[in-house]
Design a protein around this ligand. Structure first.
Ligand code: MTE
Length: 418
């Protein structure tokens, strides 16, 4: 769709597009730049997913039928390219996210594995004796359980564009590439010890079964210290039930506080090496690439491991509410400690008021917060910012990185009050 279709005889459409873009926090200059470079399609893409649509005969064709990259009902989610399902925070009420509302991030598609035929192999030059474990054997190992949020490294990625006007590559997640689960499993450490992993071990590569062969699955490398942490789990249970297929049945890693990619699903093999292992997920993906980030050969930038402190409102983007005293709520999370404070601002950060934390946070859980706002008619933007128990807080600005990881500026959430 080109400029011509917009400019000539389609002023109504341009006005509608501008209304939508403005509501999504896009400035006039950026709107015009997008329109001239890529037409209405570029503007719509920059607006990101949302409940609104523009009805016109020049609007983009409806998205292709989902490629069925998942098993769950995609109804409550925002779909991204047949591979990923983004939660709508406004639909999440409880502290623990029900499995059917838990976001899905797949690099290919969900697997339907038969636990009776499945095996976990532990191999590599730092293993005393290669080990193979069945599902039953895994289930007999000591169990550890805790609540932990799981968040994609690219959660909030769309905000590099929506808020700062510079688009990063990758799935354009808004705020819903996150869920909070009650996980149970056995510590990875115990399995490594069973395989006789000794002092010389450096890297532990977790390999999923979701590409053509076990040799090519999605994989992520943990340094040995993180692999040996007692809370790095081989998880078989989510919210008291065996893992759903979309979340890695029969076994996945669960690395609390680290980017979601570390929590490899449909685990097939664990390779333990005496040398650093490099692959896609620590050289070209899950690394910070940008002017402010030096390359670190063979990686294109500093690897992304731990998540960062964030907060978001449980509202559609943009939101529409009626005037009057209104309860607004949201979620905040940090990898470095429980959330101790959430503040909110209705004047672009000039002044801040305290939000209330709704409950105490077990283990590695996220926090729920709420506050009351006297909403007056007009266009508003509400920001929130969180602080954790060790004093970490959200920064005023995040430097751009090409793959759009770890965006944790306070979000200016557009709210229209009528
Ligand atoms: N594991 C496998 N085998 N394949 C994948 O595509 N995606 C990773 C991680 N583990 C992935 C995987 C990413 S990028 C994220 S954010 C989390 O799984 C998402 O977990 P979920 O789909 O259970 O929410």
């Amino acid at each position: 769709m080109g400029m011509a279709g917009i400019d000539r005889g389609a002023d109504g459409l341009r006005d509608q597009l501008w209304e939508l873009a403005r509501a999504r926090g896009i400035g006039r200059r950026q709107f015009l730049r997008l329109l001239s470079l890529g037409g209405a399609g570029a503007v719509l893409a920059a607006c990101g997913p949302g409940p609104q649509s523009i009805e016109t005969d020049t609007a983009p064709a409806p998205a292709a039928a989902p490629a069925e990259g998942w098993f769950k009902d995609s109804g409550p989610f925002i779909e991204h390219g047949g591979q990923s399902l983004e939660a709508r925070l406004e639909n999440l009420e409880s502290l623990v996210t029900p499995a059917h509302q838990f976001f899905v991030r797949n690099n290919s598609r969900s697997l339907d594995l038969d636990a009776s035929e499945w095996r976990l192999q532990v191999t590599g030059d730092a293993v005393g004796e290669p080990l193979e474990l069945s599902y039953e054997q895994i289930r007999e190992l000591p169990v550890r359980q805790f609540t932990a949020y799981l968040e994609c490294a690219g959660n909030h990625r769309a905000m590099f564009d929506v808020v700062n006007g510079r688009k990063a590559s990758g799935t354009q997640w808004m705020t819903g590439a996150i869920g909070n689960g009650e996980w149970a499993g056995t510590p990875l450490r115990g399995v490594l010890e069973l395989a006789g992993v000794g002092d010389g071990a450096v890297s532990v590569q977790l390999i999923g079964l979701d590409l053509e062969s076990p040799e090519r699955g999605f994989r992520y490398v943990l340094p040995i210290a993180k692999a040996m942490h007692p809370d790095t789990l081989l998880a078989h249970t989510l919210n008291g039930e065996p893992l759903p297929r979309d979340h890695g049945f029969p076994l996945r890693a669960l690395v609390p506080g680290w980017v979601g990619a570390a929590s490899v699903k449909w685990l097939g093999r664990i390779e333990v090496a005496r040398r650093p292992i490099f692959g896609r997920t620590n050289t070209t993906s899950y690394v910070l690439i940008g002017d402010r980030f030096p390359a670190n050969a063979p990686a294109q930038g500093e690897p992304v491991h731990a998540q960062v402190i964030k907060s978001a409102l449980a509202l559609p983007w943009p939101a529409r509410i009626t005037a009057g005293r209104t309860r607004l709520r949201g979620f905040a999370q940090s990898p470095t400690g429980p959330i101790t404070r959430v503040q909110w601002s209705a004047d672009s950060g000039t002044s801040w008021a305290e939000a209330e934390l709704v409950d105490s946070q077990p283990d590695y859980s996220w926090a729920r917060f709420e506050f009351f706002w006297d909403a007056t008619p007009g266009e508003h933007s509400i920001m929130t910012r969180a602080t954790d128990a060790v004093g970490n807080h959200q920064p005023a600005e995040v430097p751009f990185n090409a793959k759009g990881y770890l965006f944790n500026q306070p979000l200016p959430h557009p709210v229209q009050v009528t």
